[in-house]
Structure formats: C-alpha cells, structure tokens
Design a binder for this molecule. Structure first.
Ligand code: F6P
Length: 402
C-alpha cells in the first residue's frame, strides 16, 4: 500500500495558501500520486445560500457565522477522510486552520495518518496588497466596488488575525515564505511521506503554460523610436484582435501587462474575448527606460550621441542609459514582477504576459538560461509569441505564430 498523508495549510487569508496547495497537488500528480485539494472556501461558496463574503460572517463574535464555518470545515474534513480511506494518497486541507482547536480537529479526524502542516506567510507588503486587489476582482465581490471589496477583505483578514495561534504543539510543520518561494523553518519530528518531493516543489518554479506576448505595433515602432508611451497603430490594433481570436479558446484568467498604453491596448481585446479575465498592470514590466535617449530613433542616437551607441554596442547587456536603465539594472525588477505573477496566479491556470521587447527578453532569460551577452539579442517579434512550459520533467519553450 502506498503512503498516505494529510497536508494542512495554515495561514491568514491571502497568504498564498491555495496557490501553494495547487502547486503541490499539480506536481505530485505528475508523479502519479493520487492527490486532492479540500478547500473550505470553495465548499462555503457551494453550500451557503446567500453571499457569505461580508467580513462580519468571519467575525469570531458572530455565532451563526462561526457555526456555519465549523460545519463547512467538518464536511470538508469528512470528505478528505473518505478520500484517503479509498483511493486517495494525499489530501490537502486548504483552509486557514489558524487556531489550535481547528488543528486538533484535523488530528482527531486522521489519527492513523501523518499530518504535515505548511504555514504560509508573506512579509512583502506590496505583494500582499496586490493580492488583495486581485481578490477584490473575484466573483463573490462583484456587488462591491473594488475599494469596498478591498476593505471588506482586509477586515476579514483582521478577524483571522485576532484568533491566530502560531504552530507549536504540532509535530510536523514548516514555515514557508510563499512570495519568495522559500522555506524559513523546518520542525519535523516524524517521517513525513513525500517530504523531499514537497520541499522541492515549494522551492521550484513550475509553469503550466506561460504565453509571453509582445505588444502590437505602435506609432513609435513605425518610426523606430524607443521608449515613450505611444498608442497602437491600426496594424497594432489588428494584431491585438488577432491575438484575441487566437487565444479565445484558451482559458486565461489574468493578463499581466506593464503600465504602458501599448501593452494595455494589446491586452484589452484579449481580455474581452475571455469569459472572466482581469488585466493586472505591473510597473515591474515597464519597458527599459532609455533615460536621455527616450523618444529618439536608433539613427538619431548614432548621429547625435555616438558615445552612447558605441558603448551600448560593445556591451549591450551591461550598458545603462544615462539617467535610465540597462538590461543589467532591470534584472531585479523583472524577477520581482515574475514573483508577483506566480503569487497572484493559481498554478493550475494559464498565464499570459503582454510585455515589451527588452522586458520579454529578460522574462525569457529568467526561465531559460542564456549567456548574458546574448539576452539583448533574443528575437522578440510582434507577430509571434513564446510558449513556455516548465515542470519537474521538462522545460519547453517555443516561438509560435498567431
Ligand atoms: O523599440 C521598442 C523597444 O521596446 C524600446 O522601447 C526599447 O528601448 C527597445 O525596444 C529595447 O530593445 P533594444 O535593447 O534592442 O534596443
């Protein structure tokens, strides 16, 4: 008989628990482990009659709310118990599990099966805020304005904070920084089946499908001008429509863009063709800032600032535009943008990034090793996109027409 395991997620709302649960489940499935996620929130939305998204529902003072949530937790555990009793090998209890009481309930339900707690934290305030903004876009908050939804979710978190009891008596637990994708603490007293595998999954980047698209043609592109915040041309708009059509049968829940008009204008028709798709603009994905050369053509730079053109030619990766950026100085922000993407996007979902020439080169090189001096020359056309897939068994990337 194969080993059985209960993984219980622990953490405040919006700390990346579900994303982590999904990443673990999806990857264990590759190894043909029978794994299933049991999510309290999903069950609550399925079984509740009215809308239970209001913060008061989560108040520890609200007796009815507490009773309903306890009942959902009980049903969820019962479902997980049945699953493990039958074909299941790993059950992931995806819920806050923030009180000792709740965790004792898990321990009582699974007396003969090891329980492994994964506590998720994220100390990056900006990422937390982005996550809340993302949550505010969810269906259950559709009746509220984005800022009301944000406040409502914030209030919900504070209720959970007020009853949070840190892990202490639990025999097997780890503390994970879900934004950084690293393990901060390990407390393991028993043999935890699949532990080595789970540890690798937590710290490795896994990508189901990443569609890396460059924005459509702009007026600046037509004139060979760099930087700026130009609009798409007719041809660029047609490219965006073609992309929308091409991806209309592929589910894309979020499109990540920069803050520049050209990426937003490219993403808009794609999002429109999807059933429920949000656009999230990240400044981390703004195009390389060319400093004093912003708005110039390459020809003008060669003629008016030959020292800039020459120095960049000699070391394109390491060259930083005066008062601007270089590939080398974009490294950190691009990496951070990608961390946000993975924090905000569920692992079972496809990801689309609509970026820029230099940005997309950097994104690609963050996944696929390239000699640094080659990165600024990676082919990044406007009529094709890169398709990336990374799992523990393969790393695949391909340039495809649309
Ligand atoms: O020309 C479009 C553009 O995105 C510019 O805004 C940017 O400066 C440039 O491409 C980056 O490409 P390269 O590093 O090859 O100049």
């Amino acid at each position: 008989m194969k080993d059985k395991l209960v993984i219980a997620m622990v953490g405040l709302p919006a700390r990346g628990k579900s994303t982590m649960a999904c990443k673990i489940a999806r990857t264990l499935e590759f190894d043909e482990v029978k794994v299933r996620i049991f999510n309290n929130g999903v069950l609550r939305r399925e079984l509740s009659k009215g809308n239970t998204s209001a913060p008061e529902f989560f108040s520890p003072e609200n007796k009815d709310g507490v009773a309903s949530r306890e009942e959902f937790a009980r049903i969820n555990l019962e479902n997980a118990r049945k699953y493990l009793e039958n074909e299941g090998e790993v059950a992931i209890i995806d819920a806050g599990n923030v009180t000792r009481e709740r965790r004792k309930r898990i321990e009582k339900t699974f007396q003969a099966i090891p329980i492994f707690y994964i506590e998720c934290v994220n100390v990056d305030e900006e990422a937390n805020e982005a996550y809340l903004e993302r949550k505010a876009l969810l269906k259950e908050f559709k009746h509220l304005s984005p800022s009301e939804a944000f406040d409502s979710f914030f209030k919900r978190i504070s209720y959970y904070e007020s009853i949070y009891e840190p892990l202490h008596d639990e025999r097997n637990h780890i503390l994970v920084d879900s934004f950084e994708g690293c393990i901060l603490q390990v407390n393991i007293l028993d043999r935890v089946p699949y532990y080595d595998r789970i540890r690798d999954i937590i710290t490795t980047r896994i990508v189901k499908n990443l569609y890396l698209v460059r924005h459509g043609e702009t007026y600046y592109n037509q004139e060979d001008r760099i930087g700026g915040d130009s609009d798409l041309t007719e041809k660029g708009l047609a490219q965006a429509r073609a992309l929308a059509e091409y991806f209309s049968n592929v589910r894309i829940p979020i499109i990540f863009t920069s803050n520049h008009k050209r990426t937003l204008q490219t993403a808009a028709p794609i999002a429109e063709k999807q059933e429920d798709c949000s656009i999230i603009a990240l400044t981390e994905f703004n195009e390389i800032h060319a400093g004093i050369c912003e708005g110039m053509t390459y020809q003008e730079i060669r003629e008016q600032m030959p020292e800039v053109a020459g120095a960049r030619n000699r070391n394109k990766y390491g060259y930083v535009y005066p008062q601007g950026e270089g590939y080398v100085s974009m490294e950190k922000r691009i990496h951070r943008g990608l961390q946000k993407v993975f924090y905000l996007n569920n692992y079972s979902e496809n990801i689309m990034v609509v970026g820029h020439r230099a940005v997309n080169r950097m994104i690609l090189s963050d996944f696929v090793f390239r000699q640094k001096q080659e990165v600024p020359y990676i082919y990044m056309p406007q009529n094709r996109y890169y398709h990336l897939q990374i799992d523990p068994h393969k790393k695949h990337f391909e340039l495809k027409p649309y």
